[in-house]
Design a binder for this molecule. Structure first.
Ligand code: TRP
Length: 445
């Protein structure tokens, strides 16, 4: 175990993906996929997790599974390089979650800041579904099932990763080194960490209606950008403006590259100069917004076009997902097998366990003679008590005891395999396998 670098990440299918997802994680995934530094990459649609707070709205989750898959493909996630799958189709994840539940306390879950704020946001307070409350545990299962070393996600997922790491450490401490401890990979650009909504609110979210979606049409994009939140104190062009908390500039920080100036705003050499002019006064919001619009149109056009192409063959998208699920399931099954082995609940594939149990059960093979002298062998359990050897035949359901001093009883302990022994009275030999106690003689049934 160890050196293999594996990426895993996922999204809840509660809506189409937006540009916050794009800069926060999607773009990075495509770069990572193409860089080839990682031996495997798993990207999944967290429908089970989405259901934890949408249990009465399965249709929404179902529809958004395909929307998210299309968004992935549109962004350039390539199914020949990354395994794309759907969480609910991997039952191994439920099993892992079930075992991990014993490693996490209720108070630890209550302290998880993401869970805390989500509970508040959804007004769950007194009636939190257990599945929702424990989703950080299932997320740890998602991550560890694929032995992920690296999880590229947004900043809001940090508490989830910490929880997963704790579970891994606890598991490995109790059961021995089995699981891989994952690391979070955050966007390196501060503006991408948490892209605000177009209204300047901290989070871009469907319910706030402040998103620009990856599938958005050009006119819609333009409309949303032109009405974006800027600096409320910047009323006239000549007024000095603020950059901090000005969403248009935050978006420029996230999306603007030097070549965009040559193409769309050659009066300025770079973003710093543009910002300086805005702060000095004399630069109007509309000009900056137009520049941002040009950049966003350039960025989103190829994504939108690819999305349309993939939408033409929906069966192929489902087929791709189904194949991804098969690959993912095989990977998760391997980890589950390791986990069950470590937890000693692998009864049927453990040769050592069977061997050890045989030893503990004191099975022996007893050679006996019929009344007419014909020898035969009986597998039996045995035990000693008060100078008497008790044998119990599992096969015949009879118990026998052999008096220790009976001179005609001969007992041999042996670990040999393929042991040949001689009947002392009836001249014949027996060949038998396995650890054995052999006794010859008269027995009382
Ligand atoms: N909680 C993530 C979100 O809300 C989705 C998710 C579920 C996830 N399991 C994961 C992300 C495992 C990374 C790794 O976006």
């Amino acid at each position: 175990m160890g050196k293999e670098k594996i990426i895993l990440t996922g999204d809840r299918p509660t809506g189409r993906l937006h540009i916050g997802h794009y800069v926060g994680s999607l773009k990075r995934r495509v770069d990572l996929q193409d860089a080839g530094d990682y031996s495997k990459m798993f990207i999944f649609i967290a429908d089970s997790q989405a259901l934890t707070d949408n249990i009465d709205n399965p249709e929404k989750v179902r529809q958004n599974v395909i929307e998210v898959a299309l968004d992935y493909l549109a962004c350039g996630i390539d199914p020949s390089k990354a395994t794309i799958f759907i969480q609910s189709q991997i039952p191994e994840l439920c099993e892992l979650s079930f075992y991990y539940m014993d490693l996490v306390s209720v108070s630890r879950l209550q302290r998880n800041p993401t869970v805390k704020s989500e509970i508040q946001m959804r007004n769950f307070e007194a009636s939190i579904p257990v599945g929702f409350f424990t989703y950080p545990i299932s997320q740890a299962a998602d991550i560890t099932a694929f032995r992920a070393t690296t999880v590229p996600v947004g900043e809001d997922q940090e508490p989830m990763l910490e929880q997963a790491r704790e579970i891994v450490r606890r598991f490995n401490y109790i059961y021995g080194e089995t699981l891989v401890e994952p690391e979070i990979l955050l966007p390196d650009n501060a503006a991408c960490l948490r892209l605000p909504g177009t209204d300047g609110k901290a989070k871009m979210s469907k319910s706030l209606g402040n998103c620009i979606y990856l599938s958005e049409e050009p006119e819609e994009i333009q409309k949303k950008i032109m009405s974006m939140y800027t600096d409320p104190g910047h009323l006239r062009v000549q007024d000095p403006g603020k950059i901090e908390g000005n969403t248009v500039f935050t978006y420029l920080d996230a999306f603007c590259r030097p070549e965009h100036f040559e193409r769309y705003l050659p009066d300025y050499p770079n973003l710093d100069e543009l910002k300086a002019h805005y702060q000095r006064g004399g630069l109007g919001d509309v000009k900056v917004k137009r520049f941002l619009n040009a950049i966003m149109q350039e960025t989103l056009e190829p994504i939108r076009n690819r999305r349309k192409e993939f939408s033409k063959d929906i069966p192929a998208v489902y087929e791709m997902l189904q194949k991804g699920c098969e690959v993912a399931r095989a990977a998760a099954a391997e980890t589950l097998a390791d986990v069950k082995k470590a937890m000693k609940i692998n009864y049927f594939d453990d040769k050592e366990l069977i061997e050890e149990t045989i030893k503990k059960c004191d099975i022996c093979y007893v050679g006996l003679a019929d009344t007419d002298g014909t020898p035969y062998v009986l597998p039996m359990n045995f035990g000693y008590r008060d100078g008497v050897i008790y044998l119990h035949s599992a096969q015949e359901g009879r118990s026998i005891s052999i008096l220790e001093r009976n001179p005609r009883v001969c007992i041999t302990f042996s670990t040999d395999h393929d042991l040949v022994f001689q009947h002392p009275e009836v001249a014949c030999s027996y060949r038998m396998r396995s650890k054995s106690v052999i006794c010859w003689g008269k027995v009382r049934f």
